[in-house]
Design a protein around this ligand. Structure first.
Ligand SMILES: [Zn+2]
Length: 89
C-alpha cells in the first residue's frame, strides 16, 4: 500500500507495517465492483465494515468465493462428516 501515489496528506501512515489507511480504503473501494454475495444486505454490511477500517490490525470482513476454498472431508462418524477447509488465495 505504501507504494501507491494515492495517499492524501491526511492519511494515517503506520511506518512499522507500511500501512496507509487511505490506500487501504481506496483499494477496498475499488474492489467493491469485483465481488458480491448476491445479497444486498450482506454486501452493504461488508462494505461498511471495510470503509470503517481504522488501524492496520483491525478485523476486516471479505466475501470469499466458494471456489477459493480447498474442502476435504477428513472424517465421518455417525454419518456426520467433518470437513477441513483451507482458503487458497
Ligand atoms: Zn497511502
Amino acid at each position: 500500500m505504501s507504494q501507491s501515489s494515492q495517499s492524501s496528506q491526511s492519511s494515517v501512515i503506520n511506518n512499522e507495517y507500511e500501512w496507509c489507511k487511505q490506500c487501504q480504503i481506496n483499494f477496498l473501494t475499488e474492489n467493491f465492483t469485483k465481488w458480491t454475495s448476491e445479497n444486498e444486505i450482506i454486501d452493504d454490511f461488508i462494505q461498511e465494515t471495510q470503509l470503517n477500517v481504522d488501524e492496520y490490525d483491525n478485523v476486516l470482513f471479505e466475501w470469499i468465493l466458494y471456489n477459493q476454498f480447498n474442502v476435504k472431508e477428513i472424517s465421518k462418524s455417525d454419518s456426520t462428516p467433518v470437513y477441513s477447509v483451507i482458503w487458497e488465495k
